[in-house]
Design a binder for this molecule. Sequence first.
Ligand SMILES: [Zn+2]
Length: 168
Amino acid sequence: MPCSQQVAADTGSDMIKYALVCAADHEFEGWFSGSDAFDDQKARGLVECPICGITDVSKQIMAPSVRTSGEKSGRMPSKPNSDSTPTPEDFARMAGKVREHIASTHDYVGDRFADEARSMFYGEQEHRPVWGETTAEEAKSLVEEGVPAAPLPTPFAPKPPVKPKDVN
Ligand SMILES: [Zn+2]
């Protein structure tokens, strides 16, 4: 399961706990959806001391703690999606670009990939970008020989241009 969690300010699920103090120095705690929510509720007289009941209440100076678990930041939960986690749509778009790029700039050499990569590496033929298939064993020995070949994750692999006509 992905452990990223969307944080939104006004769902009521992500509250900031404030340590509060009333004019008579009673200390207590209150949950608010943000600093603005506290100010707003205080202005409307909705924040009252549970001990003496007065509404002259202010925040104690301290860092608020955020109840949402799993997030490192204790700061304002204001920007949704500011993390770099790409959405599935982003990923699909990116993968599509990579596929296009490879298909248009790399020669498909099929299962001759290991031979091709190796002979280029050893200067037996001019270097050109290729892609193709190889076995896990071959891939491993290519890496061990220092041949600059990298596995292409499935989403990034173009369709092998074997058929002249493609039903896309
Ligand atoms: Zn009080």
